[in-house]
Design a protein around this ligand. Structure first.
Ligand code: AHR
Length: 491
């Protein structure tokens, strides 16, 4: 039998709720049609924001939203997205599908969206094609109370109070679409740009440097060596592909080998985070600087017949397993990982929500975020797993992935059985504690299952296939390809 031992007396610290953050870019149908339909739309909305989508994000307690990109961020000029909509500048979104961007969703709309969701805004500003002045004035526009021309513009646009935006990204993928810079050059640029991003009033900016992609350890080393004192956090991007960047594989048509390949690639996140953390430790042993994985998730070939630049993909139980693996990794590294943003919220890549006209579908990945929401701002709890192996000849892995936390006398364990076809009998023990009560919820299905418009077979269900044994342990009978949340009340 598999065994999970929880020890509430051993913890790496608090699981920052921002680990459960999301990412929304001006890409395909993420912003337009996905989050924003405009006030004139027949689709129910409040000030242009889709009511169904906002409500769904509130249910999973989405704590934070990153915007406006992605690659789009380094071509975005914030002044184009303020003022009367009819006079806003039009541009062609050269990164994503060559479509016309009319800038009808800009700074004020993004702040309104965050307010409706009840989440923190994280703005990723332009270094690649912007200027220091442009960035500095965006911060001033958002956060200053001073009677300057920039702030007067905000007043004129209907907002008297400052927005007090805290999370501030200085460039995106500056090693690639954000300017093809060398780490040495970007480190200097970061130091320069962040200098002029001022703190206004009591609002202290949380300055986020552009970090590496997956295994680019040199980028991390150089940034930490040259710019550590100037940053509050540094980013990491990692996408899980089934194939390679030329042929990424289908989201829905795959065999068991592809299933395990994707899961094992998702598990590589642990290696990347561990190795980057070690480099950061050299320069920041007290872990003052956070690691922010502000783009993660699966990336497949687009759904047949859809715009290749829109990155629209379906989302199966395989994606739910990727989410479970990844979020458990982040929870377990909560002493360094302070934020993460799944790419991307609606209709793009590993979306939690898909829309088609006025219809909305919640993906299996959405339900994983629902199952994990109790971890937000809870104390991480040591979670020791001994389990069987699963996988195939090429991709072997532990059958279980798990993490745990404690809040207000309740312990939450999230555990996934990664096997495509074998159940997992699992004994759970909580060291030195007595159990007062247990409840559980589960998401499970065949690995190819997904939710579509008018057909939603995958949803969270109450889970009852467990028993509390005489020795105080809990025996779970986890079905194949499942993610469970087990809540234990302590005496
Ligand atoms: O999420 C899609 C793209 O992936 C982002 O725009 C970019 O930052 C990354 O390469």
């Amino acid at each position: 039998m598999n065994r999970i031992t929880l020890d509430v007396n051993r913890s790496k610290g608090t699981i920052n709720k921002n680990i459960y953050g999301h990412f929304s870019e001006h890409l395909g149908r993420c912003i337009y049609q996905g989050l924003y339909v405009g006030e004139e739309s027949n689709i129910p909305n409040v000030k242009g924001m889709r009511t169904d989508v906002v409500e769904a994000l509130k249910k999973i307690k989405a704590p934070l939203l990153r915007w406006p990109g992605g690659c789009f961020a380094d071509e975005y000029h914030w002044q184009d997205g303020i003022g009367p909509k009819e006079s806003r500048k039009r541009m062609v979104n050269t990164n994503w599908g060559g479509v016309v961007e009319d800038n009808s969703f800009g700074t004020h709309e993004f702040m309104e969206l965050c307010q409706q969701i009840g989440c923190e805004p994280y703005i990723n500003a332009n270094v690649g094609s912007g200027t220091v002045r442009e960035m500095a004035e965006w911060v001033e526009y958002l956060n200053s109370e001073g009677d300057s021309s920039v702030v007067q513009q905000r007043w004129k646009n209907g907002r008297k109070e400052p927005f007090n935006v805290k999370y501030w990204g200085v460039g995106n993928e500056s090693w690639g679409c954000g300017g093809n810079m060398r780490p040495e050059y970007y480190a200097d640029e970061f130091r320069r740009y962040q200098t002029y991003c001022r703190n206004y009033g009591k609002n202290k900016l949380y300055r986020i440097a552009c970090g590496p992609t997956d295994r680019d350890y040199n980028w991390m080393e150089v940034l930490m060596q040259r710019a550590a004192p100037y940053m509050d956090a540094i980013t990491l991007h990692y996408y899980t592909l089934c194939g390679d960047w030329q042929k990424k594989g289908s989201a829905t048509e795959f065999d068991t080998a592809d299933y395990y390949k994707v899961l094992s690639r998702a598990a590589d996140m642990d290696t990347f985070v561990t190795n980057h953390d070690k480099i950061m430790d050299k320069y920041d042993p007290d872990k003052r600087i956070g690691l922010i994985v502000d783009e993660w998730g699966t990336w497949y070939d687009v759904e047949p017949g859809t715009n290749p630049g829109f990155l629209y993909q379906q989302n199966t139980m395989r994606d739910a397993m990727v989410a479970a693996i990844t979020l458990n990794i982040f929870n377990r590294h909560c002493d360094r990982v302070v934020m993460a943003n799944l790419a991307q919220t609606v209709n793009v890549l590993q979306a939690v929500i898909l829309t088609e006209g006025d219809q909305m579908v919640l993906t299996p990945t959405y339900y994983v975020f629902d199952l994990y929401k109790a971890h937000q701002d809870a104390k991480e709890v040591d979670c020791f797993v001994i389990c069987n192996e699963t996988g195939d000849e090429t991709h072997k892995m532990g059958q279980l992935t798990a993490s745990a936390s404690e809040k207000e006398g309740k312990v939450t364990l999230t555990v996934a059985n990664l096997s495509a076809d074998e159940k997992a009998e699992t004994a759970v023990a909580i060291r030195d504690k007595e159990i007062a009560g247990v409840s559980a919820r589960i998401l499970n299905g065949e690995m190819h299952q997904y939710n579509d418009f008018g057909k939603t077979p995958v949803e969270v269900q109450p889970f009852t296939d467990y028993e509390v044994l005489a020795n105080g342990e809990i025996k779970l009978n986890l079905p194949p390809c499942s993610v469970a949340e087990v809540t234990v009340c302590l005496k």
